[in-house]
Each structure stands twice: as structure tokens, then as C-alpha cells.
Design a protein around this ligand. Structure first.
Ligand SMILES: Cc1cc2nc3c(=O)[nH]c(=O)nc-3n(C[C@H](O)[C@H](O)[C@H](O)COP(=O)(O)OP(=O)(O)OC[C@H]3O[C@@H](n4cnc5c(N)ncnc54)[C@H](O)[C@@H]3O)c2cc1C
Length: 405
């Protein structure tokens, strides 16, 4: 494995550090206190575009499947530049962004979680139609990904949003929940089922464009943390979507390929989510260590021991994220490593936030210290992109040679 960070990447990490200190963290705290997402017209997003962020990494000449470009995109929509080592670059930048504020990082403009399925399943024409606008965006633009429904989270086979063919269109009906940036998105990748009795075999992915009649009822969900970005529910009511917006076209869906597309997408994004958890955990550990230094708690071996243990667990988690991303960059299968990274990192980060709350004691409990916000922010990292339990099921089944459930 080679985890070399070259001079260019060091420079970009330093740039994020500066942006994080001066803009990202203050904006995250402001959104948290206001209890609402950063407005899509906020000048911060225009600044990000000027800095070259909020873009797609898809090049019109690059039609490789996601397996070969896995991880080039993450929720932050950050631009990662060069193709070589893009997944590893992605996890490094993800961690640094989340260190400053994970909610703000996810609110960054860009195709976001919607990009991996377009890359892995979309035709060249669809990539051109839906990603080209993110190459040199004229204004902040977002993409979104909607799998979850009020009755279907971990068990994606349970989705009930239906799709029925009608001439040159498909008619979509159903409800989606918790989709990041959905109400501000140019388009949303909506997962629906053509035949619920087929479970995942019936899945289809559509690009539903904003303004399509029948797409509506956007409602920003209430969240305990990560308030800077919107997690949004919406409905599809007799929503007519052109057949040309079915990702990959009809032929793509033979042999459960819809489900395969979703899984490829998760293998690309899980290491990023893990890295973001490490970022939040690192921030919490820094708060705990700073407080221990300022209040002479370093003499207490129990405090030192817990700080050390937490730091070590975060390092282990980080290495798992790096390895999963490195495998993606080598165009090697990374499903188990991606699940391991996603299973480990949020647990380590949660431990760091809990440690911070305990070390800070009543200062943390008052509710106006960063540690308390990190404590609320971190929990979702174990939930999104497949919960910790689901990752452990994936790893356990593979270990025992059982088929994927
Ligand atoms: C902040 C946030 C952002 C999100 N962003 C998006 C997004 O952009 N797009 C999107 O589509 N979704 C998004 N989600 C939804 C997320 O993917 C789901 O919440 C997640 O898949 C879990 O589903 P659920 O909440 O319905 O929990 P459930 O699936 O109902 O699970 C409840 C509990 O049971 C456990 N459990 C479930 N099945 C098993 C099992 N077989 N064995 C053992 N334990 C099990 C779970 O681990 C969990 O602890 C987001 C959620 C959050 C909180």
C-alpha cells in the first residue's frame, strides 16, 4: 500500500484547514444555533465555486465504470482533481472537511451522493446531460440521492416507491425521506421498484429533475445534529419521468443490476463516510486534550489513558478508510474493507465525543461548547450509508461464506 501525500495534496489540505478555521466551522456553529440548514444563496457557496469546488470529476472522455473511478465523489461534492489516487485523496479531504464541520461539508454544492450512481450506471448521454453542468457550474448546483423511505432504511429491498412504464415515460409514486440537499438539487436519483415481489431485483434508479410535475412536498427533517445541511423528505405523485432518465436504460436492469449499482455506489462512499467520522472524532479528541491541558488533568493517569486509547482507535479507523480507498484506486474489490471502515470509524468517533463530554464535564453539558455539538453531530455517522449493524452483517456473512442477504 502506498499512502503518500504529495506536495499538491498537502497544499490542498492546508487550504481546507484555512477555509475550515475561518469559514466552515463558524458557519456550522451558526447553522446549529439557528437550527436550520445554510441557505442555498449563502455567499459561502459562491466562494466555493471560485475556489474550484462543487464540481464533478467526470470527464467527457472518461466513461469508466465506478469500479475504476470509485470514490471520486463524496457527500461534500468536493473537487478532487487528478484521477490517479482519487479515492485516497477523497478520504483525506473528507476527513479534514469534517474536522471543521461535517454538516457544512455535506452542504457543499456538487452532484454529491447522486454522482456515484450516474458514474457507475449512467450512459454517456446521461452523464453528459446530468453531470456536465457541474464541470464549470454557473452557480451553486446540487445533486441528491434518495433511497430511504419512511418504511425502508437498512432493508433497501423494502422500498415501495413504485415505477410503472407508460409509453415513453415511467410513472413514479411514493415517498422518500432524509435525502441530503434534495429540495435545492437540480436532480435527485430516486430508487423505485418495478415489482416489489422481486425485492432488489425489481429496483430501478431514475434521475428525477427538479420541477417535474408530481415531485414535491419537500420537508426538511428535524435532526439532532449536522444541521448545516438539509435532510429532506418528499413525495412523488403520478410523477412522469421520461424513459431516457432511467439510469443505464432498460438493458441495465437484467440480473439485479439496479441493486449492484447501489452497492457499487456504497463501496465508493462508505470509506468517505468513515473518514468524515474520523474527522469529527479528531475534533472531539482535540477539544478533550485541550481542556485536559488547560485544567491540569494530565496528571490523572485515567484521563491520559482514555485520551491515548481514543487516539489509537481513531488512527486504526483512519487506516481502514485509507485502505478501502486505496483498493478502489487500484481498481480492486473493496466491499469488505469499505464495510470495515464504515463499521469502525463512527464507533471510534462516538467514543471520542463521549470522552470529550466526560472530560469537559459540566462545561460540555451546558450545551454551548463545541464538544456538545460534536456529540450530537457524530451519531448520524453510524447511521448513514448503512448502519454499523448492517456493516457487521456484511462482514460476518462474507467471513462465513454466506451469500449476501
Ligand atoms: C443524517 C442522515 C442523513 C441521511 N442521508 C440520506 C440520504 O442522503 N439519502 C438516503 O437515501 N438516505 C439517507 N439517510 C437515511 C439512512 O440511510 C437510513 O437512516 C439508514 O439506512 C437506516 O435506516 P432507518 O433509519 O430506517 O433504520 P432501520 O433500518 O429501521 O434500523 C433501525 C435499527 O435497527 C438496526 N437493524 C436494521 N436491520 C437490522 C438487521 N438485519 N440486523 C441487525 N440490526 C438491524 C439498524 O442498524 C438500526 O440500529 C440519512 C439518515 C440520516 C440520519
Amino acid at each position: 500500500m502506498n499512502f503518500t501525500i504529495d506536495a499538491d495534496l498537502r497544499k490542498r489540505l492546508a487550504g481546507i484547514r484555512e477555509l475550515g478555521r475561518t469559514q466552515i466551522r463558524p458557519l456550522g456553529i451558526e447553522a446549529d444555533r439557528a437550527g436550520k440548514p445554510v441557505d442555498p444563496d449563502h455567499p459561502f457557496y459562491a466562494l466555493l465555486l471560485k475556489l474550484g469546488l462543487g464540481r464533478t470529476r467526470w470527464l467527457p472522455t472518461d466513461d469508466s465504470a465506478l469500479g475504476r473511478t470509485a470514490g471520486r465523489q463524496h457527500e461534500s461534492g468536493d473537487s478532487l482533481g487528478s484521477r490517479a489516487g482519487a479515492s485516497l485523496t477523497g478520504v483525506l479531504l473528507s476527513e479534514e472537511l469534517a474536522y471543521w464541520d461535517r454538516g457544512v461539508a455535506v452542504s457543499f454544492p456538487g452532484p454529491g451522493l447522486g454522482e456515484p450512481p450516474v458514474l457507475s450506471m449512467g450512459t454517456h448521454e446521461q452523464k453528459e446531460r446530468f453531470l456536465a453542468r457541474f464541470r464549470e457550474p454557473d452557480r451553486p448546483r446540487w445533486g441528491s440521492f434518495a433511497m430511504t423511505e419512511p418504511g425502508a432504511g437498512s432493508d433497501v429491498a423494502a422500498i415501495r416507491t413504485s415505477c410503472k412504464r407508460d409509453g415513453d415515460d415511467w410513472i413514479l409514486d411514493g415517498e422518500k425521506s432524509f435525502a441530503a440537499n434534495a429540495s435545492r438539487a437540480d436532480w435527485i436519483i430516486v430508487w423505485a421498484t418495478a415489482d416489489a415481489s422481486q425485492g432488489r431485483g425489481g429496483h430501478r434508479a431514475f434521475v428525477v429533475e427538479q420541477g417535474t410535475p408530481g415531485l414535491g412536498d419537500f420537508k426538511i427533517e428535524k435532526k439532532m445534529g449536522l444541521k448545516a445541511y438539509e435532510s429532506t423528505s418528499f413525495t412523488l405523485r403520478s410523477c412522469r419521468v421520461p424513459a431516457s432518465n432511467l439510469l443505464g436504460g432498460d438493458e441495465r436492469y437484467a440480473k439485479r443490476a439496479g441493486f449492484k449499482g447501489a452497492m457499487e455506489s456504497f463501496n465508493a462512499t462508505r470509506p468517505m463516510i468513515g473518514a468524515m467520522a474520523v474527522g469529527i472524532g479528531r475534533a472531539a479528541l482535540d477539544e478533550a486534550a485541550a481542556f485536559a491541558r488547560e485544567h491540569d488533568l494530565g496528571g490523572d493517569a485515567r484521563v491520559r489513558d482514555r485520551l491515548e486509547r481514543t487516539r489509537r482507535k481513531l488512527r486504526v479507523a483512519r487506516l481502514l478508510c485509507w485502505r478501502a480507498a486505496w483498493l478502489a484506486d487500484q481498481q480492486q474489490p473493496n466491499m469488505i474493507e469499505a464495510s470495515m471502515a464504515k463499521a469502525q470509524a463512527p464507533t471510534a468517533a462516538l467514543e471520542a465525543a463521549l470522552l470529550g463530554m466526560e472530560v469537559l464535564g459540566e462545561v460540555g453539558a451546558r450545551g454551548d461548547h463545541l464538544i456538545e455539538k460534536l456529540f450530537r453531530d457524530v451519531k448520524a455517522m453510524d447511521i448513514v450509508e448503512g448502519t454499523g449493524q448492517i456493516q457487521r452483517i456484511v462482514i460476518g456473512r462474507q467471513l462465513l461464506g454466506l451469500p449476501r442477504s
